[in-house]
Design a protein around this ligand. Structure first.
Ligand code: ADP
Ligand code: MG
Length: 474
């Protein structure tokens, strides 16, 4: 077995690079037993009405404000109602943005599928949303049913990115690249938020059932509500990294790891990307971590994993293509000190339930990670395009399905290119979608971080990834 990763690990990543492989597997959540036949249809005026509500900006601190799981009944209901407050507005606004695309673009079968997914999800949430003035989720039974709706939402939107990529690729004659980038930037950022809110509640739900004890061992007699919760504890989705609902997960609040150690994430993602290189190019690039590898901070591991995987794919591909793979890619971890002069330093407590104090004292407020490769840098002609969705200089047509033909790199690829098929064929590719940099930046910026690329053309590239942890958010 030439590779260090298990088949499970590989499958997990192939399905979604955002998948976590660091922590114990979480019971997947799948129930979705409720029928949708009895749901009222979604009318245009519903969409308009929901979209008009103010959209609260999501902060990392919002996601931990109900404290450590297992949550008590009140905190769990609060978390559910908070999710309900935030998600439908986001869905309705995305529906409007999709409708505002040129008609011929929305008519594309892939874009239409995404549109239908949004309609469906809003329709399932609308009955809850309508009741929210009176308190929509007031009992544990309701909370279980609502969590089920959220789990279905997460599953419905699971495969969005390759579908959208395919849709825009097929529609590229009818919409300017800059408009695609604007739409996708907004759309994918909104998707990050919606998923986070839903996944956070589902994770809190799973780690709080039954209250105070974590999930009971199977075979134990349960009340109907508990039985439902357990039945429910069966895929949020395979790109959902949730804390295992056991004591091993003591550093987790839902999907946030309050003691996330970037060095560990980097090693594991680098190992995975090196596997891809070994498969594809027959060489295994090296890497070295320096700086302060013991740094920890509070962050969403699946976001860090997504970003680091994409940045390392770029760095490893560059060193292999530049025949410099014997020079290690050097990853430097620099913590941003917490406390000190930061105005935000008081935010180490949760905003509700004052007894839930986050142990962030030893944590960095944020982290900067520099990835330095000797891959030859980025040509000045290419540099202005690297943040555009679907821009790529990768052109390995061996990887493409039959029927596609070389299009000369960049966005000019053949109509025969089937992104959805290639993203589902079980193999993670080193590059080619052109979404790595812009989407990584969207993830980093979501909580106030960023990504900067410095190219020393003819030599190599430095990528600076800056992330702000929860401790730095007021
Ligand atoms: P993809 O990797 O699918 O091409 P990305 O958005 O990740 O899409 O990157 C876009 C382009 O930026 C790449 O095709 C490559 O030309 C360039 N690039 C990104 N990172 C590096 C790097 N470390 N060294 C050289 N070129 C890079
Ligand atoms: Mg890439």
């Amino acid at each position: 077995m030439p590779f260090s990763s298990s088949a499970h690990f590989r499958r997990f990543h192939a399905a979604n690079p955002c998948a976590s492989h660091q922590h114990a597997p979480v019971p997947p959540y799948r129930r979705f037993s409720s029928s949708h036949d009895d749901l009222p249809p979604l009318r245009d005026e519903d969409i308009v009405r929901v979209a008009k509500e103010p959209q609260h900006q999501l902060r990392l601190a919002d996601l931990v404000r109900n404290g450590w799981p297992p949550l008590g009944e009140k905190a769990l209901l609060q978390s559910a109602n908070f999710s309900l407050e935030l998600i439908p507005v986001r869905l309705a606004r995305r529906l409007q943005a999709l409708r505002n695309l040129p008609y011929i673009v929305v008519s594309n079968s892939h874009i239409r599928q995404i549109y239908r997914n949004y309609r469906h999800s809003l329709r399932t949430l609308l009955p809850w949303w309508r009741r929210r003035a009176k308190g929509a989720i007031t009992t544990l039974e309701e909370e279980i049913a609502f969590t089920d709706v959220l789990a279905e939402l997460v599953a419905t939107h699971q495969n969005t990115i390759p579908i959208l990529a395919q849709g825009f690729l097929e529609s590229r004659k009818y919409i300017a690249p800059a408009d695609v980038t604007t739409f996708l930037d907004e759309h994918l950022r909104a998707r990050i938020g919606t998923r986070l809110i839903a996944e956070q509640h589902i994770a809190l739900h799973l780690s709080s059932q039954p209250f105070g004890q974590g999930l009971p061992p199977s075979g134990q007699t349960n009340t109907q509500a508990e039985t439902n919760a357990l039945a429910a504890a069966a895929v949020v989705s395979n790109d959902t990294n949730m804390a295992p609902p056991t004591s091993e997960a003591s550093s987790y609040i839902g999907i946030i790891d309050t003691q996330l150690r970037p060095a560990r994430t980097i090693d594991s993602c680098a190992d995975f990307v090196a596997d891809i290189c070994e498969l594809k190019y027959g060489v295994r690039p090296q890497w070295r971590i320096d700086g302060e590898p013991d740094t920890t901070f509070a962050y969403v591991p699946m976001h860090l994993e997504y970003i680091v995987t994409e940045l390392l794919k770029n760095a490893f591909r560059a060193v292999v293509e530049n025949k410099m793979h014997r020079e290690p890619v050097v990853i430097t971890i620099a913590p941003e000190p917490s406390g000190g002069n930061s105005d935000d330093s008081a935010a180490t407590t949760t905003s509700s339930g004052g007894n839930n104090i986050l142990p962030l004292d030893d944590n960095a407020a944020g982290v900067t990670i520099r990835i330095r490769d000797r891959g030859g840098g980025i040509c000045p002609d290419v540099l202005p395009n690297i943040w555009s969705y679907s821009f790529t200089t990768f052109s390995d047509y061996d990887d493409l399905p039959a029927g596609s033909s070389p299009g000369g790199g960049s966005v000019d690829v053949s109509d025969g290119l089937n992104i959805i098929a290639s993203s589902n064929n079980g193999g993670s590719s080193i590059a080619g979608l052109g979404y790595g940099l812009p989407l990584s930046r969207a993830y980093a910026e979501y909580f106030g971080g960023g990504i900067a690329v410095q190219s020393l053309y003819g030599w190599g590239t430095d990528v600076y990834l800056r992330l702000k942890g929860v401790g730095n958010i007021e």
